[in-house]
Design a protein around this ligand. Structure first.
Ligand code: 3EB
Length: 332
């Protein structure tokens, strides 16, 4: 079961109460601490590793910090621009940009990120998280039908292409892209010395092959990544929503969206020999805070009452979708 199996892991994640000092085992070291909507207010461990402030409000319970730990001391580097924490086989990084022109900011952030990471000791991206403020709002003043998520996707895709060539799709990792009310553009990631293995979902077409009606450039992510053996084959399941093929389904029907999302997560997990149940750690993005109770009830049924889950108020990248869920579990 997830929390008790963390000891000795090269990479692990947990959610800890923000108001209490963090208790660490002697052989545990903090790689990164992710704070949600609580900048400055959350207590942090003495050595918090890379601190990433994410402008999304947490829902439910007490404020939690997302803590990523390793089994050896991490070294943090970088002041402005790309900040990193690295140790052994892996690196954790973050880049936060105050926004001027979204398309340029995304291009600049991804160019900086890919330029440094791909040339580093840890060049293989395993997982990326993106927070794009006001993600559902119009992307350009004069262009109908292009929203800010599409602008983000375009700039991200062009940056991947500049750095990895026209077949960059084969290198893409698990990711999430969600939106908040306002605030900076935040991208954070995990990368590794060795490549991961891509996870797929036969119920959905690969996101980088979505047709053009979802924007001039398709989203650049894989349905999941299995980390290499040195990282215990930690499986990162991307942000997953109620999409079949490439179409959003069950618009306006929360319960059906939850079940479709869970079915998609199950198929991705099965790709790695896993399934839904105990052993996961989940993050849930909800458009409407009122969805908290029904979603919580359903996830408790499927994953068991002990599964750590962090709930965030966020705009899912397609305006018609109300819920997105991501998670991790160990394959070995
Ligand atoms: C989807 O399947 C839902 O653009 O990085 C999920 C995970 C989604 C990642 C991204 C978008 C992204 O298309 C949205």
């Amino acid at each position: 079961v997830y929390p008790s199996s963390q000891r000795g892991r090269a990479l692990a994640c947990r959610f800890e109460p923000a108001r209490e000092p963090l208790a660490l085992d002697p052989d545990e070291h903090v790689l990164a601490s992710i704070r949600y909507g609580q900048e400055g207010s959350a207590a942090l461990p003495v050595d918090a590793g890379l601190v990433v402030d994410v402008p999304l409000a947490q829902l439910g319970d007490e404020p939690l910090v997302e803590v990523w730990t390793t089994d050896r001391p991490a070294v943090t580097a970088g002041e402005a621009g790309l900040r990193m924490a690295a140790c052994g086989d892996l690196a954790f990084g973050a880049i936060t940009s105050t926004e001027d022109v979204l398309e340029h900011d995304v291009g600049r952030a991804y160019d900086a990120l890919l330029g440094q990471v791909l040339a580093s000791e840890h060049p293989h991206l395993l997982r990326m998280w993106n927070v794009v403020p006001r993600i559902n709002e119009p992307g350009y003043d004069a262009l109908e039908g292009i929203d800010r998520y599409m602008v983000f996707c375009k700039a991200r895709s062009l940056s991947f292409e500049r750095h990895q060539g026209p077949n960059f799709g084969r290198f893409l990792s698990a990711a999430s892209a969600v939106g908040g009310a306002d605030g900076p553009l935040v991208t954070y990631f995990v990368s590794s010395v060795r490549p991961g293995e891509r996870m797929g979902n036969a119920r959905q077409i690969e996101a980088w092959r979505y047709p053009e009606r979802y924007g001039p450039r398709a989203p650049s992510f894989a349905r999941g990544t299995v980390a290499p053996a040195s990282l215990d084959e930690l499986c990162f399941v991307s942000g997953t929503a109620s999409i079949v093929g490439h179409e959003s389904v069950h618009r306006g029907d929360l319960e059906a969206q939850i079940d479709e999302t869970l079915r998609n997560m199950e198929v991705v997990a099965e790709h790695a020999g896993g399934g839904l149940g105990e052993g996961w750690l989940l993050k849930v993005y909800l458009r409407h805070p009122a969805a908290l109770d029904p979603v919580r009830r359903r996830l408790e049924q499927v994953f068991g009452p002990g599964t750590p889950i962090l709930y965030l108020r966020a705009d899912v990248c397609r305006f018609e979708l109300d819920v997105e869920i991501e998670g991790i579990f160990y394959r070995s």
